[in-house]
Design a protein around this ligand. Structure first.
Ligand code: AMP
Length: 308
């Protein structure tokens, strides 16, 4: 009787429980694994927004058990970057993660992930990790070494069937796909579209650093990418990049990079051919370093309007 009554009511939304150690996590997942349930993993650094939640919802729709990791990973921050002031609100994160469908949150301490004497890293070498954000003049390839190391460790501890990443960090997704392929991780990588604010600004935990005037100027990044795509389709990729540069300049933003690259190999792209092109931008707005990108798919040959 009681259970019928309860079943008619909407399920109360509850915060996801936080597990702090690998041992706790492994034992929490053991039954599910034995029962052959599928496990989805959503790696995050927390301070959740709708972009993160879209990944959790996708995992909820596809997997029996959804694990979100919450870890501000020190090895992917360079000296002088924002590790110390990276925004954090664990209580809110656990609530939002639970509401979006995470079954549990793995939130280890730094010492649990990097014990004394830690000296083993996973690194995707070559041009995938040393261009754009990985260029020495930008964050450098050490950034991606930190990312691949922590993601490899999460894959080992969680053993997910599927792991979910955002297109917002397009290069990160490309690098992780390469690591998974090269090291035979038995996990499927899903990359989901960038979630944006109504005016186009890509959602990011770092948007919290923006003051009101900076927040208004920051929308120039997505405007620039729109201009790049329109220019590339109407005229040429070079014209698109020029239009993008003008949008940034009009907002007083000097890009760290604004580049067109093959979306898979990250080799420089000169024109729209038969492969998707990634136009990626990074820029500092106030004290926030922001990144964004657009994926331009090859023009549809049946569409008579399109030029290259
Ligand atoms: P972060 O917490 O910034 O490390 O991001 C965790 C995951 O969320 C990464 O896979 C990001 O690519 C993804 N993500 C961050 N921002 C967005 C967004 N605006 N839309 C979709 N995914 C995002």
């Amino acid at each position: 009787m009681t259970s019928n009554l309860l079943a008619d009511k909407p399920r109360p939304t509850v915060a996801a429980p936080a597990l702090r150690t690998k041992a706790e996590l492994r034992s929490a997942l053991a039954d599910a694994r034995r029962a052959g349930q599928t496990i989805g993993l959503v790696p995050t650094m927390g301070y959740l927004h709708q972009g993160h939640l879209s990944l959790i919802r996708a995992a909820r729709a596809e997997c029996d058990l959804v694990v979100m990791s919450l870890f501000v990973n020190p090895t992917q921050f360079g000296a002088g970057e924002d590790l110390d002031r990276y925004p954090r609100d664990e209580e809110r994160d656990l609530r939002l993660a639970g509401e979006a469908g995470a079954d549990l949150v793995f939130a280890p301490a730094v010492e649990g992930v990097y014990p004394d004497g830690f000296s083993t890293y996973v690194e995707v070498t070559g041009s995938l990790a040393n261009v754009l954000d990985g260029d020495p003049s930008s964050r450098g390839s050490e950034h991606f070494r930190g990312v691949t190391t922590v993601v490899a460790k999460l894959f080992n501890v969680v053993g997910p069937d599927v792991a979910y990443f955002g297109q917002k960090d397009a290069q990160q997704a490309v690098v992780i796909r390469r690591m998974v392929r090269d090291l035979d991780f038995p996990v499927r990588i899903e990359v989901l579209p960038t979630v944006r604010e109504p005016d186009g600004l890509a959602m990011s935990s770092r948007n919290a650093y923006l003051g009101p005037e900076e927040r208004e100027r920051a929308v120039a990044l997505s405007r620039a990418l729109d201009a790049a795509e329109q220019g590339a389709r109407a005229d040429s990729l070079a014209a698109g990049l020029e239009a993008a540069a003008r949008e940034l300049e009009a907002a007083g933003i000097e890009p760290e990079y604004l580049e067109a690259r093959d979306a898979e190999t990250l080799e420089p792209a000169e024109r729209l051919g038969d492969r998707p092109v990634l136009v990626a931008v990074a820029a500092r707005v106030g004290s926030a370093r922001l990144i964004d990108n657009v994926l331009i798919h090859p023009p549809d040959p049946t569409d008579k309007q399109s030029h290259t």
